[in-house]
Design a protein around this ligand. Structure first.
Ligand code: HEC
Ligand code: HEC
Length: 437
């Protein structure tokens, strides 16, 4: 509501300025007290009508494309506005009343459709297919910013994270410290000048590489220019590990960064091109063309590993599993990326802060008791299961919705899910953590 009012003021300030002018004029020019009074009354009604109209417009702007239950309210606002303006402009009162009446009918109809209990399911809203290849560099960069931070202009907002999840680990501005990963300020210049010239990088000489990267595949470690280095960093983080940022105990030979084209992040090459374009443009640098960026990724990501755009995936296809359930529980938590966002007592390295501490033996019963809980879980095990396969069913207070990935239901084997549920249900606040084996 607050944003709505601000947006209304933003759109409507010229109108308000005009009304203020009229106000002054009506006071100055009014002949007698009665005329002044009636002018003031009309102005009051006019202002009220204008406010309602602007609120309705602001609301439309924000939610026109989403199914929105506020639509009838908007229409009622416009109706009220029409009738008020009818008083303001008596000459056109009849017309305004007819208009108002039509909006009232529309409000009634849309209210009937929107407020009746909705049938769940039906067709999922089809995501608008973005034509990355047809975009200008600036449009690409905007898409990139959305992928990294969740919205245009959010890059300086503390805690803004998009589906790319980069800000969970990286800082992007000078002076901001990322403890877990290098600050990406200045990356394009650094990639071209320092990184691939580093003797440890062994440019063009895979045999000379000092990294025993498990994920390396033919072609890794051979970036020839800055863009290729960036593509390689995203597709094969362990191909070159920035000094001091490797997984502890691996002597900087293994990177904690997930390969960005693989689950759970799974950005497509097109999305990666958008991300990279933003990385260049926001520094005032020229980005390589869309085709050049795509080519750089094709060099490092074999055809079979390229994630398909959402629209092309057959329904229900989940892609490969993150874990098959044979792994020990601590490996499951780290491979499935839970540890990146959650602190999990008893699991080394699980110190994430983006989500709640997973003391589900204590938390789950409280969540189910919460009057705002609308899920279907009746016990701790069911609650944990529901939180994993359908994170938005109940959003823990103080944490954002839509941050926890929604595809775990298709990315974890049944065995892995069972192990996770067993472990988390035994974690209680203030008690020693359960055994990991
Ligand atoms: C789980 C934490 C994590 C996430 C999420 C993550 N990174 Fe990283 N990233 C790292 C770490 C740690 C390094 C340093 C080690 C290395 O070189 O691989 C790194 C290195 C990099 C580098 C090389 C930096 C340099 O100075 O050479 C780039 C580029 C990069 N990340 C981009 C990204 C982008 C873009 C995203 C999001 C799409 C992302 N990262 C997501 C942890 C992460
Ligand atoms: C990108 C960050 C992120 C990742 C990765 C992630 N989560 Fe979450 N998780 C969250 C956030 C944020 C919340 C709180 C908001 C909500 O309830 O959806 C949450 C909530 C939960 C809850 C409910 C906690 C409570 O006390 O009610 C459980 C259980 C959970 N996550 C388990 C997992 C498991 C298991 C994994 C790995 C398979 C995982 N999460 C991966 C961010 C993440």
């Amino acid at each position: 509501m607050k944003e709505l009012v601000i947006e209304a003021l933003r759109i409507g300030w010229p109108l308000f300025a005009l009304l203020a002018g009229l106000f002054v004029y009506s006071i100055v020019s009014g002949k007698d007290a009665a005329a002044k009074k009636s002018a003031m009354f009309k102005l009051f009604i006019g202002t009220l009508g204008a406010c309602l109209l602007l609120l309705a417009i602001a609301h439309y702007k924000g939610s026109f494309y989403e199914a929105n239950r506020m639509l009838p309210v908007s229409l009622v606002l416009i109706t009220a506005m029409c009738f008020m303006l009818g008083i303001y402009f008596p000459n056109h009162a009849a017309l305004l009343k007819i208009g108002g009446f039509m909006f009232l009918v529309a409000a009634g109809l849309s209210g009937y459709g929107n407020w009746l209990p909705q049938v769940e399911g039906g067709f999922p809203p089809k995501e608008e297919k973005l034509q990355y290849e047809a975009m200008t560099a600036q449009q690409l960069a905007d898409e990139g910013e959305k992928i990294i931070f969740g919205g245009i202009g959010k890059n300086k907002e503390q805690g803004a994270v998009g589906k790319g999840q980069c800000p969970l680990c990286h800082a992007f501005h000078a002076g901001m410290l990322g403890e877990r990963a290098p600050n990406l300020q200045g990356l394009p210049a650094r990639a071209a000048k320092e990184r691939i010239e580093d003797p440890k990088y062994s440019k063009g000489n895979p045999k000379g590489r000092v990294y025993d990267d498990k994920e390396a595949f033919p072609g890794a470690g051979t970036a020839e220019n800055g863009q290729e280095y960036i593509a390689e960093s995203h597709a094969c983080p362990s191909c070159y590990v920035v000094e001091g940022y490797g997984v502890k105990g691996t002597n900087d030979k293994s990177s904690p960064m997930p390969a960005i084209h693989k689950p759970p992040i799974s950005l497509t090459l097109q999305e990666l091109a958008a991300v990279d374009t933003w990385l260049y443009l926001r520094e005032g640098a020229d980005a390589p063309s869309y085709d050049e960026i795509i080519k750089s990724y094709e060099k490092f990501i074999p055809e079979a590993d390229r994630p398909k755009a959402q629209e092309d995936k057959p329904a229900g296809a989940g892609g490969s599993l993150l874990v098959d359930g044979t792994e020990p529980i601590d490996v499951i938590f780290s491979k499935a990326t839970c540890a990146m966002c959650h602190t999990i007592p008893g699991i080394p390295g699980a110190v994430g802060k983006q989500g709640p501490v997973l003391e589900e033996g204590t938390n789950a019963p409280n969540r189910i008791k919460d009057p705002t809980y609308k899920g279907t879980a009746h016990n701790t095990q069911e609650y944990i299961m529901e939180s994993i396969v359908s994170p938005s069913t109940y959003v823990v207070k103080g944490f954002p919705d839509n941050l926890m990935p929604k595809e775990f239901g298709t990315k974890l084997s049944a065995g892995a899910l069972k192990k996770i549920v067993d472990y988390l249900s035994q974690v209680k606040a203030g008690a020693p953590p359960p055994k990991t084996s």
